[in-house]
Design a binder for this molecule. Structure first.
Ligand SMILES: Cc1ncc(COP(=O)(O)O)c(C=O)c1O
Length: 450
């Protein structure tokens, strides 16, 4: 291709510069949208831009992006960088295959199958069905559609005015649950927000009380969502007992396990997944604990036929070759799909069991280090005993909000705060497996310096 060598060279140079810059300036000085608009030529104009000018713009854009892979990024539930997976992601853009049929993606359909088959053998899901979806939020949506249709498959064909269906989730849910209800015409008012206990876990007495009250009004309970782990507190809703309630009232049980399945790679921590086979479906984001570039998300369902039953439509113009099991669009909420499997496959192939296991263990070890530091320091207070890799704490007598804002302003650390029951606290995410003990110690030193 014309200019290919030159462009690749320029791109490699920008990437290298970006990573070097991330070491030297891990957190950027805040710039308002107005300032950024002045510094970067954002407007798309009618006249032509030379390649050199364009790449100098791309370089500026790269250097003005939040440094999610730096050692100072404790802000979100993804982070770090696994270079082979990053490279596979770049290759995905070059190959530009859509994953709806075998005809259009060939080997990539096989790689996708292998990723899930490999991971499912590690635990007990060998007979489940699955599909990569764009986000965990979409996995939650798919699960809710399946549960709604399970109550009355006619709802696929027409509006059923007399069916008032209700869903249940704790007040610690991810907001995609309520969005899904809105999208599929269950409506917000029919999602019961169940209380959580002091540790952030769903209160099952309140759950059953709500179900009984709905049944007494002739409503139709159809969906219980449990969150394992919750977004902020990383609480683990009680799975076994919720499963008993779901079974008793014949309600589908979905686990929003966006953060979760990656733990299956660690023999030491895999026990945390106990009871998970009792759910009917779950959502999972490898892009979180596996440090794979965003996005990589899946929905997994217990019944092998249920995705097809709910999402297959006649499209003979598409499915002309190969059996249905090689044409994933016959069970997908969308038609074309991005190839998110290649980077997950690359990471697994490169790191194999042992190294991945070490990485997952390291995330838990970093949490332990953080807890140790907090418990030994009289100025710090642990808000909740972490069950996974989020650490929620306070600096006593100081505002968590102000600390986080100041850390950002002084270009020190990216970290986030939240509040619950009128208590403000800092949420430190230990998701980057390349963080060292020294990085964790330094984090607290900087937090305390504010
Ligand atoms: C528990 C939980 N569920 C769902 C999501 C949404 O994931 P996504 O951003 O992939 O839609 C998140 C995101 O952090 C989450 O923490």
């Amino acid at each position: 291709m014309e200019n290919a060598d030159k462009l690749l060279g320029k791109l490699a140079w920008i990437i290298k510069k970006y990573y070097d810059h991330s070491q030297k300036v891990p957190v950027l000085k805040y710039k308002s949208p107005q300032t950024i608009s002045k510094e970067i030529d954002i407007k798309i104009k009618k006249d032509w831009t030379s390649i050199d000018k364009l790449f100098s713009q791309l370089e500026k854009i790269a250097l003005n992006s939040p440094k999610t892979s730096s050692k100072w990024f404790f802000n979100l539930l993804f982070g770090g960088k696994l270079m082979p997976a990053v490279m596979a992601e770049m290759l995905t853009a070059v190959l530009n295959n859509t994953m709806h049929t075998y005809k259009s993606a060939w080997v990539h359909i096989l790689l996708e199958k292998e990723v899930v088959s490999y991971l499912s053998k590690k635990i007990w899901y060998t007979n489940w069905d699955w599909i990569f979806v764009p986000w965990a939020s979409i996995a939650n949506l798919v699960a809710m559609i399946i549960a709604r249709n399970a109550k009355n498959i006619q709802i696929r064909n027409k509006w059923l005015a007399n069916q008032k269906m209700v869903a249940y989730s704790s007040d610690q849910w991810h907001y995609s649950i309520i969005k899904s209800a809105n999208i599929i015409w269950i409506w917000r008012e029919n999602v019961r927000i169940i209380k959580s206990d002091k540790n952030g876990k769903m209160d099952l007495i309140d759950l059953e009380k709500n179900i009984k009250s709905d049944l007494a009004k002739w409503y139709l309970p159809f969906f219980i969502n449990i969150t394992l782990w919750t977004t902020v507190l990383w609480a683990f809703d009680p799975i076994v007992d919720t499963a008993k309630i779901a079974k008793k009232y014949k309600i589908r049980l979905h686990a929003d396990w966006a953060l979760w399945w990656s733990v299956s790679l660690s023999r030491k921590h895999k026990h945390l997944l106990g009871g998970s086979q009792l759910t009917d479906s779950f959502a999972w984001n490898p892009h979180k604990m596996m440090n794979i570039p965003i996005l990589a998300s899946l929905i997994l369902v217990k019944d092998k036929t249920i995705l097809q039953k709910n999402f297959d439509e006649t499209a003979d113009y598409l499915f002309q070759m190969d059996s249905q099991s090689y044409n994933p669009a016959t069970k997908s909420i969308q038609c074309g799909r991005r190839n998110d499997a290649l980077k997950v496959w690359t990471a697994l192939k490169y790191l194999w069991d042992k190294w991945y296991e070490d990485r997952i263990n390291k995330q838990f070890d970093n949490v332990k280090t953080a807890i140790n530091i907090i418990q030994k320091d009289k100025d710090l207070k642990l808000i909740i005993q972490p069950e996974c890799i989020n650490v929620c704490f306070q600096v006593k007598a100081k505002s968590s909000r102000k600390i986080c804002e100041e850390l950002d302003k002084q270009w020190l650390i990216k970290v986030w705060y939240w509040h619950r029951n009128w208590q403000e606290f800092i949420r430190m995410v230990c998701v980057d497996a390349d963080m060292s003990t020294k990085d964790i110690q330094n984090f607290f030193k900087l937090v305390k310096s504010i």
